[in-house]
Design a protein around this ligand. Sequence first.
Ligand SMILES: Nc1ncnc2c1ncn2[C@@H]1O[C@H](COP(=O)(O)OP(=O)(O)OP(=O)(O)O)[C@@H](O)[C@H]1O
Ligand SMILES: [Mg+2]
Length: 353
Amino acid sequence: MKLSFGKAKSSVGLDIGSSSIKLVELKQTKKGYRLINLGLAPLSPETIVDGAIMNSPAVLDGIKGLLAELKVKTRDVVTSVSGTSVIIKKVNVPMMTEDELITQIQWEAEQYIPFDINDVNVDFQILGPSDEGQMSVLLVAVKKDMINDYTGVLTEAGLNPVVVDIDAFAVGNMYEINYPLAEGEVLALVNIGSSFININVCRDGISIFTRDISSGGASYTEEIQRQLSLSYNEAEAIKKSAGVEGENTPKEVLDIIGVVSDSISAEFQRSMDFFGTTNPGVSVNRICLCGGASRTHGLAGVISARLGIPSELVDPFKKVECDPKIFDPKYIANLSSASGVAVGLALRMAGDR
Ligand SMILES: Nc1ncnc2c1ncn2[C@@H]1O[C@H](COP(=O)(O)OP(=O)(O)OP(=O)(O)O)[C@@H](O)[C@H]1O
Ligand SMILES: [Mg+2]
């Protein structure tokens, strides 16, 4: 962590998700963090598919629109990637220093990465000693093509991408500034977006398991659209109105939402079962949900019931100072669940590893 003294710099997190771009600008204060900017620009379906940018002019337009609308002056930004081009693995390597590992990481990574090592950027975090003479390392590899696509569009928008993070880790950083960590508690941080569910299981603030599931809010919209012959926008609107006071959502819609929630929670359970078999004796105490689709009517309850673990919705701005004279609390409440990743990104300053 780079320490900054004197006048705190503000930093921008830009989360390019498959359904929308989220921008969060935070400034570090004596007490914590203050919100400087918050905005969302929707993207049409097919703009980003499986985490890959298919239509960069549309993403560029979205970013430029946000920068102009919010009058953002900061140029350094932190963004993130997720999906199947991102490989995160906990591996054992012989005990060595961080500097030694930097020179050896390509070689160590080669055995664990299913892509050509020359096509990926590799990063790591030393987690601590494991077996005798060995240490546990969290290895992260992302396809260079994907990083270039993301940083390219940012550069084109006149921005300076300083860090490319991973969605699941950003959610961990966001959680840490907002909620106290209870010692020994095992948390499953789950970001339910439009096309991905990013899972990050943490103990004492350290990530012990991550996985991205290809599912999310878009599954509800697509199913409603298909079964009721509606347009994408109609299906999206009817989905969001479910469970809202004063809305009379048709029973067929509630039924479809229930079926999709069941399948999402079954998929989540499979990941948690896998976590259980690879981490014997460790059980998750709490499920913390964020992401736009975590607001889906009934979903948190369905997940909780299926896993028998309490779940709650995380507020990414819980401890962030938000001036109500600048930001309408209703505006923040509406964007907050989708802003978890962007808040986590804005927390990372230039120079961070
Ligand atoms: N009130 C709501 N009720 C139900 N679903 C909602 C609500 N608000 C947003 N969503 C859904 O949340 C999803 C968007 O969430 P989010 O912004 O976290 O995803 P994303 O970052 O664009 O996608 P991804 O990370 O998967 O690429 C959409 O599917 C949207 O329909
Ligand atoms: Mg997202």
